[in-house]
Ligand binder design. Structure first.
Ligand SMILES: NC(=O)C1=CN([C@@H]2O[C@H](COP(=O)(O)OP(=O)(O)OC[C@H]3O[C@@H](n4cnc5c(N)ncnc54)[C@H](OP(=O)(O)O)[C@@H]3O)[C@@H](O)[C@H]2O)C=CC1
Ligand SMILES: O=C1O[C@H](COP(=O)(O)O)[C@@H](O)[C@H](O)[C@H]1O
Length: 583
């Protein structure tokens, strides 16, 4: 009889599905502790059913798979118990997973998607039968795609044992098809190539749209009509931006809905796949020392900061149409805010978590223009080196008013957060590359030690900092007695630096999210109503900003950004937290 393991399967035996390993029931990597009773209750019978079906199949079928006769429509199968059991059979040898990267010649595909797929393969997280297809207009053959992948591949696995050998095996699974994005005929050709690789096995197909948004709908139309799976699921990962405002986002949704169900659409926001963002809920909901403080009673303000030390290099054409508010704030920072501020979800199930995120987003006051400051970087020379201004980019109009920096104050009109400013700051070409969540707590009422601080009391409130990147860390700034006979206090950090505490490398966000999409786990993807709520908050302000042609405040490349951000913070009685390591 199978035993229940109390820890996940080792990486070598890792599986993204429940399975048996050495007589033990192993559970997916997402459960980082032993499965809950309800989880086991839900899954165990299916595991046994699957094992039985499998043994039956192994005993009774010598060639071909009876499963191929069964048509499984994406998630609709979840409501049909028989189909659900069969869905469990999509593991390993019974099915083929194909991942088609549309826009394979592009920046994101090279920098993030292929490396993440390789890392998943290296870690044994992909099913036994999988193929990767690149699709774009650039003429390439399979060999050229493989060269491109191995040439440009830099990822956390690089220095690992046996990497070259694994890479050679991975590349054998990579293929390429060149085609137009609006050609059904070319997607039909892709379909034939996919079928050839799938053979008689059940096929699950994942399309990753790593292309500019103006061609999303063409691709979805062609892929869904000509290259959908007829035996398993078909899912589509859609990259941001999902529109420019409420109207264009709804229009995009309406168009996609003609070809895909909501269940098939995985709207990616890669910040949700970052380790520290994923840890936010753990920190809050499983530590008694934090959750009781998580409200207006103890928190004075929350700051969400994104800073890059490089400009729009090479992406000016895309960026000028969107600007920093749409590129970073409306999605990455707002998603973090929603996770930070939501009420406790009923469970960690995707729908429960996303319900809470939607609730908090809908409780927010739409952003007002007077609570926004915009900036744009200008050319600057430093140490004999000159750095270009935003409008020096040949793909950007010389009179562009697109913000490359913005600071904003947002408010949540609910009982927990009434009056607490949530400040966002995002900028390109600043002095540092960092993403942090800073929580500033209130003063200790009637602080007995107020005379003993070397610094002013305003700087002596507790601060919790989650450094999302680089060098993931959690700091709690506390007041501490300086050792000695006197009574002098200073600020010290309780410091959880990940690289010191956890020697293993941290998976890239794209690895986590790709694996989730493969597993059909939607918690870290954006649901349609979340997207609508997010756009409702930003659209009126963006419209006004553009209609009134508000000129951005210029700041030198490599600086701390426009001074207006400080006035905005001061207006809300906030002092920007020092980015860690810079005090
Ligand atoms: N790069 C990044 O860091 C990030 C990108 N994203 C999003 O991911 C998606 C892909 O980004 P990225 O790789 O940078 O984009 P690219 O500009 O590199 O475009 C990807 C591919 O799409 C094709 N393409 C480019 N422009 C057009 C066009 N006007 N019409 C038709 N095809 C075109 C090109 O392939 P070919 O000519 O061979 O067909 C290109 O290689 C975008 O939606 C972007 O917003 C999101 C987060 C970060
Ligand atoms: O989505 C985007 O994110 C990147 C920053 O991602 P990171 O993981 O490197 O922090 C940003 O450069 C880009 O402009 C934006 O589109």
């Amino acid at each position: 009889m199978a035993k229940l393991l109390s820890s996940p399967c080792s990486p070598s035996s890792s599986t993204s599905f429940y399975s048996f390993h050495n007589g033990n029931l192993c559970y997916p990597r997402k459960l980082n502790s032993s499965p809950s009773k309800s989880h086991l209750f839900k899954w165990a019978p299916k595991i046994f059913a699957r094992i039985q079906l499998r043994s039956h199949f192994e005993l009774n079928s010598s060639n071909g798979h009876p499963l191929n006769a069964v048509s499984l429509q994406d998630e609709g199968s979840a409501t049909n118990p028989q189909a659900e059991e069969l869905r469990l059979l999509e593991i390993e040898e019974d099915s083929t997973l194909s991942i088609t990267v549309v826009g394979a010649s592009g920046d994101l595909a090279k920098k993030k998607i292929f490396p993440a797929l390789f890392a998943l393969y290296y870690e044994d997280c992909l099913p036994k039968n999988f193929v990767v297809f690149g699709y774009s207009r650039t003429k390439m053959n399979d060999e050229e795609l493989r060269n491109m992948i191995s040439r440009t591949l830099t990822c956390r696995i690089d220095k690992r044992e046996n990497c070259d050998n694994k890479m050679a095996q991975f590349l054998k699974r990579c293929f390429y098809h060149s085609g137009q994005y609006n050609s059904e005929e070319h997607f039909q050709e892709l379909n034939c190539k996919l079928k050839e690789k799938e053979g008689s096995r059940l096929s699950n197909r994942l399309f990753y749209l790593s292309i500019p948004p103006n061609i999303f709908v063409d691709v979805v139309r062609c892929a869904s009509t000509k290259a959908s799976s007829t035996t398993g699921w078909t899912r589509v990962i859609v990259e941001k931006p999902f529109g420019r405002n409420s109207e264009s986002s709804s229009e995009l949704t309406r168009c996609l809905k003609q070809y895909l169900t909501e269940d098939q659409i995985f709207r990616i926001d890669h910040y949700l796949g970052k380790e520290l963002v994923e840890n936010l809920s753990v920190l809050r909901f499983s530590n008694l020392v934090f959750e009781p403080l998580w409200s207006r009673n103890y928190i004075r303000n929350v700051q969400l900061i994104f800073s890059e030390d490089f400009g729009t290099e090479g992406r000016g054409g895309y960026f000028d149409n969107y600007g920093i508010i749409r590129d970073i704030m409306q999605n990455h920072l707002l998603q973090i805010l929603a996770l930070f501020a939501m009420e406790t979800p009923v469970s960690l199930d995707a729908e429960d978590v996303r319900n809470e995120k939607v609730k908090v987003l809908r409780s927010m006051r739409p952003l007002q223009l007077e609570d926004v400051v915009v900036g744009q970087y200008k050319g600057h020379s430093k140490g004999g080196k000159s750095y270009p201004g935003y409008t020096d980019d040949p793909t950007v109009p010389s009179n562009s008013a697109t913000p490359t920096f913005a600071a904003a104050a947002l408010f949540i009109n609910n009982a927990r957060w009434d009056g607490v400013p949530f400040l966002m700051k995002a900028g390109k070409a600043l002095h540092t590359k960092r993403a942090e969540i800073i929580v500033q707590f209130r003063h200790v009422p009637g602080n007995l030690f107020k005379r003993n601080f070397a610094t002013d009391l305003d700087k002596a409130t507790n601060e919790l900092v989650l450094r999302v990147q680089p060098d993931e860390a959690i700091y709690l700034k506390i007041n501490n007695k300086v050792p000695g006979l006197g009574m002098r206090l200073d600020r010290s950090d309780l410091n959880l630096l990940y690289k010191a505490r956890y020697p293993r490398e941290i998976p890239d966000a794209y690895e986590r999210l790709l694996l989730d999409a493969i597993e059909g786990e939607r918690r870290l993807f954006i649901r349609r109503d979340e997207l609508d709520a997010a756009w409702s908050l930003f659209t009126p302000m963006l419209k006004e900003l553009e209609e009134r042609k508000i000129a951005p405040e210029l700041y030198p490349y490599g600086s701390r950004g426009p001074v207006g951000a400080h006035y905005l913070a001061a207006k809300h009685n906030v002092r920007w937290g020092d980015l860690t390591g810079e005090e």
